[in-house]
Design a protein around this ligand. Structure first.
Ligand SMILES: Nc1ncnc2c1ncn2[C@@H]1O[C@H](COP(=O)(O)OP(=O)(O)OP(=O)(O)O)[C@@H](O)[C@H]1O
Length: 637
């Protein structure tokens, strides 16, 4: 089947066939070499860059909320340290000699300071967390919007590239949501770090020897957290192709479009089997990771417990040797506990930051990759029109393909002409049309509008002047009106004219809500159309676009005979000075074309008018007679 738009890369070996043939690795099981070589240290070194990039997005999403989240947390940290130091005053007063009532009274001012600092800290943290909550959706939205800016701008060939798809999937699935997590965790890391710093400063002020004790407790937790994050990320990378395959299979089993064929071909068992095979790979990896992560976490907890025990033993020794006073030891215990809780938050946040950072790194990498796949912006504006479009010895090869789809093809299209491209399946007609439409750039040779090389014209400026109707055109899940006007301002007069010219007016008339009918059955009041009705709507779209050059790729394949005849009449009338490139297998429709190009294996085999080609008695004449005789029910001459 002809497809004008990007197709999913087809894998020659189906998963099932490969599994049955017993080959070692199925394509969706392949491990990325980079995954194998990813090392904790190397990945951790990239974190500051990811954090910086995420904060930049946060700043662009909302300066106020970013500044509030960072500033309020910083201020809260200050009050944590202040509260802890004030606690020493409380304890000193309480542990001093004298009657209890007098000691409590003496402790009151310090106690008031502790209470004030705690209340202020709570208020600041509440404000900070509100700012953080506000920031999340804004960051995610901006990151996602940037992603779609790129996916809609990259050159079309990117969609024929598996690595691009994998990278895009990773960026969409985890990269975008994790952009917000990176920002959130960066702020949390900052909060945790400030908390730890407050405890450390307090301990340092109490007695310098207490400081290293806090750090001892940090190491095991930190190690375990980073290691488990890395394990999960590596697993995610390993199953990313399998997951893409699984999504594809779930679409086949749970979407409306393939539902009829799944039943008609009794594909249920086959698809469920495929799904099981892919899902099993994913599950195996995930179970492995769960086991490894649990082991690492337990090891981390044991080490951390031992470290804490060592800290308390050291504190006891310092107290018994008289290095520190009882009030100081009391505050030290509080500071260590506060520090530990901040540390736990810090480790947890670093863990999540590290993990989210890796996914966000994928997002950044995809953005980089996508940018490299955007055709360089060119200065030249598209010409306002043309007298002649010339493709001069154009060669084009699809990425990853050994043979060129087009080989030194030359065609000429003059203003106002109807030029037909015919030829057998796979001969290169659609590819040539894509090149003429500026969707692909030739590997060699040029396409010129008069003297201007298309390669030097900004893509969108050119496409504005061309309308393309593909055989497998998109059935846009929009209203009938939007399906025709599609992105252009609505002009009721032109809308009526275009739909009438395409024979789509009677389609719209029969719709329950006319032009306002939603053409998607999956939604309330949505309605579907027949193949031919959809084709008429698509043709109306081409007419409405009112472009200099109209490319119709198999426009009549789903039309009934009467509609087809009328369409070609209309194309001739409506074209009215505009230029039409027509791809069709129905040679009766090209009889009146101004010129016909016959393509064969990516080359122009014949060219001329219908009469000239019939006189030449080549491939065109043969095919024409074959079709004509089939109608007349006699064997070909
Ligand atoms: N996206 C793609 N990636 C790789 N090869 C492709 C791609 N699209 C088409 N091809 C190959 O390029 C060649 C020309 O394909 P094209 O679609 O232009 O043929 P066509 O003449 O329009 O065929 P049909 O009459 O069947 O629609 C074929 O060999 C086809 O397999």
């Amino acid at each position: 089947m002809k497809r004008f738009w990007p197709r999913r890369r087809r894998h020659t070996d189906s998963a099932g066939a490969t599994a049955q043939s017993g080959l070692a690795t199925r394509y969706w099981e392949t491990h990325d070499e980079e995954v194998q070589s990813a090392r904790l240290g190397a990945m951790a070194r990239r974190l500051p860059a990811f954090t910086g990039a995420a904060l930049k997005i946060a700043w662009q999403a909302s300066r106020r909320d970013t500044a509030a989240a960072l500033g309020l947390n910083l201020a809260a940290g200050f009050f944590t340290a202040f509260g802890l130091l004030a606690t020493t005053g409380v304890l000193e007063s309480l542990f001093a000699a004298g009657p209890t009532a007098q000691r409590v009274l003496a402790a009151l001012p310090a106690l008031a300071m502790v209470a004030g600092a705690t209340a202020l800290r709570a208020g600041l943290l509440a404000g900070a967390s509100w700012a953080q909550e506000r920031l999340k959706p804004q960051v995610e939205r901006l990151a996602e919007k940037r992603l779609f800016h790129l996916t809609t701008e990259v050159e079309l060939t990117a969609f024929d590239d598996e690595e691009f798809h994998n990278a895009m999937q990773r960026a969409r699935d985890n990269g975008v949501p994790d952009s917000a997590t990176v920002v959130e965790m960066t702020v949390n890391v900052l909060t945790g770090a400030i908390g730890v710093a407050a405890a450390a400063v307090t301990l340092g002020l109490l007695h310098p020897v207490l400081l290293p004790l806090l750090l001892v407790t940090a190491v095991p937790d930190g190690w375990a957290a980073l290691r488990t994050a890395q394990m999960r990320y590596l697993a995610f990378r390993r199953v990313s192709t399998a997951r893409r395959r699984k999504y594809l299979l779930s679409d086949l089993m749970a979407e409306r479009l393939p539902a009829a064929e799944v039943r008609a071909f009794t594909l249920r068992e086959f698809l469920l089997g495929e799904y099981d095979r892919v899902a099993e790979t994913e599950q195996r990896v995930e179970l492995d990771v769960a086991r490894q992560r649990t082991g690492t976490r337990v090891a981390g907890n044991v080490l951390s417990g031992l470290a804490l025990a060592a800290v308390y033993v050291a504190l006891g020794a310092l107290l018994s040797f008289g290095v520190i006073a009882l009030a100081v030891a009391g505050t030290a215990v509080l500071a260590i506990r506060a520090g530990q809780s901040s540390l736990a938050n810090l480790v947890q946040s670093v863990n999540r930051l590290y993990e989210a950072g890796l996914y966000f790194g994928d997002y950044l990498a995809f953005c980089e990759l996508a940018r490299s796949r955007i055709a360089p912006a060119s200065g030249s504006a598209a010409p306002s029109g043309f007298a002649e479009i010339v493709a001069d010895r154009v060669t084009f090869r699809y990425p990853g393909s050994d043979t060129p789809a087009l080989h030194e093809v030359s065609v000429t299209i003059r203003r106002g002409e109807v030029v037909a491209l015919v030829g057998e399946n796979g001969s290169g007609k659609t590819t040539l049309a894509k090149l003429l439409a500026g969707l692909y750039t030739p590997d060699s040779g040029v396409i010129r509008w008069d003297g201007t090389d298309l390669a030097g014209i900004a893509g969108d400026a050119l496409r504005e002047k061309i309308s393309v109707i593909a055989q497998d055109h998109t059935r846009w899940p929009l209203t009938a009106r939007q399906n025709v006007t599609l992105g252009r301002p609505v002009d009721p007069g032109r809308l009526a004219e275009a739909t009438a010219a395409a024979g789509a007016d009677e389609v719209v008339r029969k719709l329950a809500h006319g032009y306002d009918t939603l053409l998607d059955r999956r939604f309330h009041h949505g309605q579907d159309l027949s193949g031919g009705q959809w084709q008429r709507i698509a043709i109306a779209r081409a007419f409405y676009r009112d472009a200099e050059l109209m490319i119709f790729d198999e426009p009549s394949s789903a039309l009934d005979a009467r509609a087809e005849h009328a369409l070609f009449e209309r194309i001739r009338q409506h074209a009215d000075g505009r230029t039409v490139v027509l791809i069709t297998h129905r040679l009766s429709s090209v009889r009146h074309a101004d010129r016909v190009y016959v393509l064969e294996s990516g080359r122009v085999a014949e060219e001329g008018t219908h009469t000239e080609l019939m006189l030449a008695d080549g491939q065109y004449a043969q095919l024409y007679r074959l079709q004509a005789n089939a109608y007349l029910d006699r064997s070909p001459a």
